[in-house]
Design a binder for this molecule. Structure first.
Ligand code: L34
Length: 295
């Protein structure tokens, strides 16, 4: 069997169309334009590309969007002061501080500083806690995007065996939490594998839905996948260079081999990445709707 491709690009386009309509309606009815600020510290090329994607998409949907570029040597105090200004700015409904941050800045302090009502990344401990108890306002963007990809591709999540490879705070832990909730688009049996897992393949071979966020090329090979499984590849690894001097993007899954065994698989690029950006827009619109009292 050759797996069907789940196109994140296509699902993201659909959702963005919906968001564009809702944004226009919010403006018409309430005079409110959703405002998003993206804060980038330093010049990490991958981060610059992701933030540029977020800015471009925000503008296309009709948001008020502001890009703040701070130098690599920015102090923690300077970043916290900017966040404070954004917390008070009524035109701004969503604040995103792109991770990772330079070493001199304590990430935890920064995430605590963002007003939970404007935390469209869903990383503030208040929002993490709400997600765990099934009361989330803002789900973290990458996991929310994975859930949408599954739901909109017609994958049955209810009762499925889901195995997550990776336990990061931005993907592994939240996607596991989201899919185990007793809610539509969830209610799965969830296992999380990580670097301490003794026999990874033992777990991954049981998965109906395998979500791979290991951060390493070929972390999942074909022998680790059950025939007919749905495979979601969250990895974005830049390896080698093409003749034009550009980095080649690969995921965490041995794509060509696994695609012969799976029923559905997401590509890299064009899989989860575009969904991450789109769910940030969905969260920002929701923040603006809540602020306007229409949600
Ligand atoms: N605060 N930091 C914060 N929030 C986030 O949600 C992120 N993340 C991760 C890194 N740091 C963050 C992102 O935005 C990863 N991430 C992200 C966003 C977009 C894409 C990948 C990761 C993306 O658009 N990927 C494209 C390829 C883009 C390219 O060529 O580099 C894709 O098709 O996969």
């Amino acid at each position: 069997m050759t797996a069907k491709l789940i196109s994140g690009t296509e699902v993201a386009r659909q959702i963005r169309e919906e968001l564009t309509g809702e944004t226009a309606r919010l403006k018409e009815r309430c005079g409110v334009v959703p405002g998003l600020v993206t804060i980038l510290v330093g010049k990490n090329p991958a981060s610059m590309s992701y933030v540029a994607g977020k800015q471009k998409t925000a503008k296309e949907i009709g948001f008020h969007s502001v890009q703040e570029n701070l130098p690599e040597e920015t102090t923690e105090g300077e970043l916290l002061a900017l966040i404070e200004r954004c917390n008070r700015d009524e035109k701004i409904h969503g604040i995103l501080v792109q991770l990772p941050l330079p070493r001199q800045i304590d990430e935890t302090k920064v995430l605590y500083a963002i007003d939970p009502k404007k935390d469209v990344d869903g990383f503030h401990p208040v929002n993490v806690g709400k997600m765990v108890i099934g009361q989330a306002d803002y789900l973290p963007c990458t996991p929310a995007g994975i859930q949408q990809l599954l739901v909109r591709s017609g994958v049955k999540i209810d009762g499925a065996e889901v195995v997550v490879v990776g336990r990061s705070n931005i993907v592994g832990k939240p996607i596991a939490n989201i899919l185990l909730q007793k809610q539509p688009g969830a209610n799965a049996t969830v296992t999380i594998c990580h670097t301490g897992t003794r026999d990874m393949a033992l777990h991954t071979r049981r998965a109906d839905i395998l979500i791979v966020a290991a951060g390493r090329p070929n972390a999942v090979t074909a022998d680790m996948v059950k025939p007919g499984a749905v495979v979601i590849d969250v990895g974005v690894n830049r390896i080698g260079t093409t003749p034009e001097g550009k980095a080649k993007l690969v995921g965490d899954v041995d794509f060509e081999a696994v695609r012969q065994k799976a029923s559905f698989i997401t590509p890299v690029p064009g899989g989860v990445g575009p969904m991450t950006i789109t769910m940030l827009m969905a969260n920002t619109l929701k923040a603006a709707q809540i602020a306007a009292g229409v949600r």
